[in-house]
Design a protein around this ligand. Structure first.
Ligand SMILES: Nc1ncnc2c1ncn2[C@@H]1O[C@H](COP(=O)(O)OP(=O)(O)OP(=O)(O)O)[C@@H](O)[C@H]1O
Ligand SMILES: [Mg+2]
Length: 274
């Protein structure tokens, strides 16, 4: 199966929001070294939603951390808005200001209220308290947590904590959102709800999203394109364009077009070398 690197916006859109070019990652270990990523390349356009699917241990988290400048690649390059990461400290610092992360677990601070947790990235940036709390309350409304601003993380359900974590990622109005299986721990119904909310938030904010997921249905539901990675050491196995109309509803998942995309992706995964 060939990996097709299609430009999805006009060819004149020279600068991608995010560009991953020939990225490789090798970890040194006691018994030698582990090649996690062999060669990953893909682009993400502004306001595009791209999901990455691949088997456990194929290097998805490693790739996302490299994209977010949390660790370096062994080879290749990442560009954020046309700026290559890691060449100049100043440019890298500026480029990552546009990025926000949300992880598989909510990572809220238990000693801060929900609104203080959400406002934390603004506090780090020196935004005055009144302003940052006003913004945190807006975000609570956006993710359906109005009324829980003063609650403590332990008083919220898992799904609500995950929404608070998403709100904290969104509070800086990131141009690029990096999501590492943020809904993996949720039950199916809460996950459907979160998918709808994420879709609504992306439409409202125009954020560019790179989502790692293990769910083919979630990837098809949310994405403009889906990147399928091979087992470790990973390469791009295929890139699927999901041309379903938006906004997408949960009951679309039973439709023939949706199922056609799911089957095509499943076939790529089944085609992994043994
Ligand atoms: N800091 C590290 N030091 C050494 N090896 C590492 C390190 N981080 C990851 N690895 C190895 O790199 C490979 C890829 O790990 P990574 O966490 O990126 O995979 P993943 O695709 O996110 O997996 P999962 O789907 O289970 O989350 C694994 O073999 C892992 O053991
Ligand atoms: Mg991972």
């Amino acid at each position: 199966m060939s990996a097709v690197l299609q430009p999805i916006k006009s060819a004149a859109a020279a600068t991608w929001a995010l560009s991953v070019r020939g990225v490789a990652k090798r970890y040194a270990s006691a018994g030698g070294s582990v090649e996690a990523i062999q060669d990953i390349s893909f682009d993400v356009a502004g306001s595009e939603f791209v999901s990455v699917l691949g088997p456990s241990g194929c290097g998805k988290t490693s790739m996302l951390r490299i994209v977010g400048a949390l660790q370096s690649a062994s080879a290749g390059e990442v560009e954020i808005g046309g700026v290559p990461l890691g060449r100049s400290e100043q440019d890298t610092g500026r480029a990552v200001q546009d990025l926000a992360f949300a992880f598989q677990e909510p990572r809220l601070f238990p000693w801060f209220t929900i609104e203080d947790n959400i406002a934390l990235p603004l506090r780090v940036r020196g935004v005055p308290r009144d302003e940052r709390l006003a913004r945190a309350r807006e975000l609570c409304a956006l993710v359906g947590l109005s009324g829980f601003e003063q609650s403590w993380p332990r008083q919220l359900s898992g799904g609500m904590r995950q929404r608070a974590s998403l709100a904290r990622a969104l509070v800086i109005k990131p141009r690029i959102l990096l999501l590492d299986e943020p809904f993996g721990a949720l039950d199916a119904m809460t996950r459907d709800q979160m998918n709808l909310e994420l879709q609504r938030i992306c439409a409202a904010t125009g954020a560019t999203v790179l989502l790692i997921t293990h769910s083919i249905a979630e990837a098809v539901m949310l994405s403009d394109r889906v990147v399928v990675l091979s087992p470790r050491p990973s390469r791009v196995q295929a890139i699927h364009t999901i041309d379903l109309p938006r906004p997408r509803a949960i009951d679309m998942q039973a439709g023939a077009e949706f199922q056609r995309h799911v089957r095509a992706i499943r076939q790529d995964i089944a085609g992994y070398p043994a």
